[in-house]
Design a protein around this ligand. Structure first.
Ligand code: OAD
Length: 251
């Protein structure tokens, strides 16, 4: 059965000239990638991800942090896009302009077919040197079950290779952030999917879009991150709500 969506929402979707989609970890949850605030299982049960995702943690224990990201890279490589990613990719053929901005470091939007995805928190597939920032590309197979793992060394300066993600306390990549802000200012509808809206500055984007006149639509089984804003709040999993929403808007 197709859930009923407000008629106004469906009209706004159809009429939108520029749709911005902002996704967080919840968008990849149904693909099997745990969100940041989910308890981790198995090997990593006793670690708090927010404690591993810092430059300080990497400097203090590079094998632990590199191993953790290699574990996540293994997980991403084994996962596939879910119907939520597919629905977001489909939007690009339905609205005149669509900008996908993600806080996720996986490549599931790209693998679903979304183009020009803006990764404001970096990408797990793009490590670089901790010292000289030179990009590092590995053809190594992803380790089967990495635990502690020494980071490789930079061919140029000998520095440690770090994951290409934004850690707590670090600035966002300026080009990506400028593009995300510009999309938030210019879109006429923003779809906020699977983010707790707790981590700034990304959490400012829905507010910026709403203040610039965009219609706000949130999809999350646990609404509440955007309290105080007006919009359409759709409670549910991205993989269920998004395909249904698109089917209802473009029957
Ligand atoms: P969080 O782990 O904070 O939040 C995940 C959100 O997804 C929660 O609001 C869940 O309710 C929601 N969720 C869970 N399952 C879902 C589903 N099937 N469909 C839709 N929503 C679902 O993840 P983020 O908001 O992405 O930053 O976290 C933001 C940033 O904090 C991350 O990018 C990362 C993290 O620490 C850095 O690494 C810099």
């Amino acid at each position: 059965m197709t859930p009923a969506f407000p008629r106004d929402l469906l009209e706004r979707l159809r009429a939108a000239r520029h749709i911005m989609v902002l996704t967080g970890a919840g968008a990849s949850a149904e693909s099997g990638i745990p969100t940041f605030r989910d308890a981790l299982t198995g090997l990593w049960k006793r670690f708090d991800p927010t404690q591993l995702a810092t430059a300080k943690a990497f400097e203090a224990d590079p094998e632990l942090v590199w191993g953790w990201y290699e574990w996540r890279r293994t997980l991403v490589a084994r996962c596939a896009p879910n119907p939520g990613h597919d629905a977001i990719a489909r939007l690009q053929g339905l609205a005149p302009q669509v900008t996908v901005v993600t806080q996720n470091v996986d490549d599931l939007h790209e693998r679903a077919g979304s183009a020009a995805v803006i990764h404001v928190h970096g990408s797990i597939g793009a490590p670089r040197c901790f010292d000289c920032a030179r990009g590092w590309s590995s053809r190594d197979p992803v380790p089967a079950d990495p635990a502690r793992l020494a980071p490789p060394r930079c061919a140029d300066c000998g520095g440690m290779i770090r994951p290409g993600v934004v850690w707590f306390g670090e600035s966002l990549p300026p080009r990506e952030w400028a593009a995300a802000e510009s999309a938030a200012r210019s879109c006429d509808l923003i779809l906020v999917v699977g983010t707790s809206s707790l981590v700034y500055p990304a959490a400012d984007l829905p507010r910026l879009a709403a203040a610039s006149g965009a219609v706000l639509v949130e999809v999350n089984p646990d609404l509440g991150g955007l309290d105080g804003l007006d919009g359409h709040f759709l409670r549910g999993a991205a993989g269920e709500v998004l395909p249904a929403l698109i089917a209802a808007a473009w029957p």
